[in-house]
Design a binder for this molecule. Structure first.
Ligand code: RM4
Length: 254
């Protein structure tokens, strides 16, 4: 059984990490897939190769999600290539770790513009296309465990992840009348480009892994299934929800 047979799936930040894993799994589940990427063209094209090797159509579109025009451009090019939008995954995000007291304005602004403003513009563009199609749809945001807990060097980042899930809650209300569902996955510490430098500190990496009941940090592929589930008709009565995908880290006080 394929969970996304015949669907047209769009994913931001799809050239690496969680976005890339979700894109390939969506194709494995029967979808045609368009990915947005910021700068890694070679990696984006490798993801397209994997999608096409699974017998599905693939499209890679470059664009900075912080620019509102990127959203309408990405959706328009995907509609032209794939024929429409049934599932939208807003995943693109950055986390430039930095201390709070001397946090530069430009670091705060860029993090908000990419993680929150970019998600907003993309979700709005996808929702307008889905409403125009009149056949409903599913929107999945890659929020984070950091929507629920803090980080000393993430004071600029955690509010954006909380905001992304809050956006899903409000969009779920606004779009329910159109049968468009909006949900969040909340990844724990997943080994990707976003934290490669931070977790090069082996003491921190071991400390983060030690608080995970399942005994390991996550991999991008650990998010593919939960994203496909929320995107699929298996979740047809799920909207405004948050799904922790963290190996149990959030609940592990002692
Ligand atoms: C996640 C969580 C992880 C961190 C990444 C960058 O939301 O905070 O621990 O490694 O962000």
């Amino acid at each position: 059984m394929t969970l996304l047979a015949g669907k047209r799936v769009l994913i931001t930040g799809g050239s690496t990490g969680i976005g890339a894993a979700a894109a390939v799994e969506a194709a494995r589940q029967g979808a045609d897939v368009a990915i947005n990427y910021a700068s890694s063209e070679a990696r984006a094209l490798q993801v397209i190769e994997q999608i096409e090797a699974l017998g599905r159509k693939g499209l890679a579109v470059q664009g900075d999600v912080a620019d509102p025009a990127t959203a309408t451009d990405f959706v328009a090019k995907a509609v032209e290539a794939l024929g429409g939008v049934d599932v939208f995954v807003t995943n693109a995000g950055i986390c430039p770790f930095h201390a709070f007291l001397d946090m530069p304005v430009e670091v705060v602004d860029r993090t908000f513009q990419v993680n929150l403003h970019g998600a907003y513009y993309m979700v709005q563009a996808a929702a307008n296309q889905m409403v125009k199609q009149g056949k409903g749809g599913a929107i999945v945001a890659v929020s984070s465990i950091s929507a629920l807990v803090g980080g000393e060097f993430q004071t600029h980042y955690t509010p954006t992840k909380a905001g992304v899930h809050s956006l899903m809650q409000s969009a779920a209300i606004a779009l329910g009348k159109h049968n468009i569902r909006c949900n969040s996955v909340l990844p724990g510490t997943i080994l990707t480009e976003i934290n490669k430098d931070d977790l090069a500190d082996t003491e921190k990496r071991d400390r983060m892994a030690a608080r995970v009941p399942l005994g390991r940090l996550g991999e991008a592929d650990d998010l593919a299934g939960p994203i496909v589930f929320l995107a699929s008709d298996m979740a047809k009565y799920v909207t405004g929800a948050a799904l922790l995908v963290d190996g149990g880290a959030f609940v592990n006080l002692q």
